[in-house]
Design a binder for this molecule. Structure first.
Ligand code: NDP
Length: 475
């Protein structure tokens, strides 16, 4: 009686994933570098299902039926390589190694290629939903070979979140595709959180609402098209009162946002792909600025606006803010999905964007009704055109844009920073413009560096003799 799947790495994520597997009828062999975590899992949760505790990777491997299915859930980076290196000599052709940690997709590509040479399937699987998701049903984004996915599919479907009968798991693409998509998911999460935070800041500083009142506003937003896990937890956090001080919790938390790196990876990769994820980039930088006390200290005496803007209709302002948030969110998601499309083309993954929207509807941090609308959009466009080509989103943006502009104007006049909302509006106005000042940039480049330009009225590439007689010739 061997186990049909194994898990090594039993910190909070691995433990909960193992419990989820066992609760769904799998016979799960478990292992952790330090034995204590294994024992704790068995002692506390051993009665939840069929676990086999093992004391070494050797024992773990020997306990698994073949082809072996083995999930690694250890600290991302070097620890993952260490575990793979130790496991590899013990594995046989056809065995499947799943890395469910938050690996960088470039590492996953490297590992997949190395293991493929040895006949072992390596599946980099993005897992989103935090510890609760791992236990009750995450959104799972597996890469790797189609053969490996066929072997894993029934098990993954049984433990994934489920929305309207559809499990939140799909084969994203080969090698690092799964971890790539998980990375962009996290980038979008950064953008979404930043937009919500700006909305809170506006309601507080422009309208003077308290955290409790803003919690109520978000609860109301959550009954409409903004309905999402992130809006829901925002209302919970804002409504929470600190027991030590009896102050709103949000007022006693140090205002320096931390980050573990996936947002930064998203932006780094977007720069490589020339994919303009301005919403995600502003969100990452906003966290960076918040976490630089010296910079903030140096700048703290700088003057703000000499007159405060007057909002004579607070209810209309709240409506405007809701529209600005929704429109900005469309832009941030459109940019993120465009990055996935760019990655898919560059790394030859053939990712189905509608399928990605589908598996993000449940389990993960950005789960929302909104993802259903994105899925519907990709159903219409066959996945190649971006979300801004979709009629419903175009209509929503058009309907929101006056509100969006009023919000950015009032925020600017009030001196309240809204980098996420304003960059989204700038993107909207940039991509819809008939003419861009990029023509002037081309002129400047040609002037100082003879970098050449193309013309609107003639084919070919041209250069102007700026320092001689300003004559033009084909380059
Ligand atoms: P941690 O990232 O804190 O990692 C701790 C685990 O890694 C322990 O089991 C530890 O073993 C093991 N480990 C560390 N170094 C080594 C090594 N050199 N060799 C063998 N084992 C090692 O655990 P989490 O559960 O928080 O996360 C696991 C993975 O899931 C990470 O990749 C994380 O990024 C990812 N993830 C986490 C989420 C979260 O919400 N926490 C959400 C989604 C993904 P030991 O007990 O012996 O020290």
């Amino acid at each position: 009686d061997k186990a049909n799947i194994g898990v090594t790495g039993l910190a909070v994520m691995g433990r909960n994933l193992a419990r989820n597997l066992a609760r769904n009828g799998q016979r799960v062999a478990v292992h952790n570098r330090h034995r204590e975590r294994t024992d704790e899992l068995i002692n506390r949760f051993g009665n939840e299902g069929n676990f086999l505790a093992t004391g070494s990777l050797r024992e773990l491997v020997d306990t698994l039926e073949r082809p072996r299915r083995l999930v690694i859930m250890v600290k991302a980076g070097d620890p993952t390589d260490a575990v793979i290196d130790e496991l590899l000599p013990m594995l046989d052709t056809g065995d499947i190694l799943v890395d469910a940690g938050n690996a960088n997709f470039a590492d996953t590509r490297r590992r997949e290629a190395a293991l493929a040479d040895r006949g072992v399937h390596f599946v980099g699987a993005g897992v989103s939903g935090g510890e609760e998701g791992a236990l009750h049903g995450p959104s799972i984004m597996p890469g790797g070979s189609p053969e490996a996915y066929r072997e894993l599919e029934p098990i993954l479907r049984s433990i994934a979140a489920n929305v309207d009968g559809t499990p939140c798991v799909t084969h994203v693409g080969t090698d690092g595709a799964g971890h790539f998509v998980k990375m962009v998911h996290n980038g979008i999460e950064y953008a979404d959180m930043q937009l919500i935070a700006e909305t809170y800041d506006l309601l507080r500083r422009v309208l003077g609402l308290g955290p409790g009142e803003i919690a109520e506003t978000f609860r109301r937003f959550n009954t409409g098209r903004l309905n999402s896990y992130l809006i829901e937890i925002t209302a919970e956090v804002l409504g929470h009162v600190d027991s030590r001080t009896s102050l709103p919790f949000v007022d006693v938390v140090l205002d320096q946002a931390e980050q573990k790196g996936t947002g930064r990876w998203t932006v780094q990769n977007a720069l490589e792909l020339a994919s303009p994820v301005t919403g995600i980039a502003e969100a990452v930088f906003a966290r960076s600025i918040s976490g630089q006390p010296r910079l903030r200290e140096e700048a703290s005496g700088l003057p703000g606006p000499s007159t405060e803007p007057v909002v004579d209709d607070p209810e209309r302002f709240v409506d405007d803010v809701e529209r600005a948030l929704y429109a900005s969110k469309i832009i941030a998601y459109a940019q993120g999905f465009d990055q996935i499309q760019a990655g898919s083309e560059t790394y030859e993954w053939d990712i189905d964007l509608g399928a990605i929207a589908t598996i993000w509807r449940g389990g993960c941090i950005i789960r929302a009704e909104f993802l259903d609308r994105i899925r519907a959009a990709y159903d219409q466009t066959s996945g190649r055109a971006g979300l801004l080509a979709d009629d419903d989103f175009r209509e929503a943006l058009g309907e929101a844009q006056d509100s969006w502009r009023r919000v950015v104007a009032i925020a600017t006049a009030a001196g309240v920073p809204v980098p996420g909302i304003s960059t989204s509006l700038a993107y909207y106005d940039t991509v819809r413009a008939q003419r861009l000042p990029a023509a002037l940039i081309q002129g400047q480049r040609d002037y100082f560096g003879a970098h050449t330009y193309r013309r609107t009225d003639l084919d070919g590439v041209f250069h102007t003799e700026w320092s001689v007689d300003r004559s033009e010739h084909e380059a």
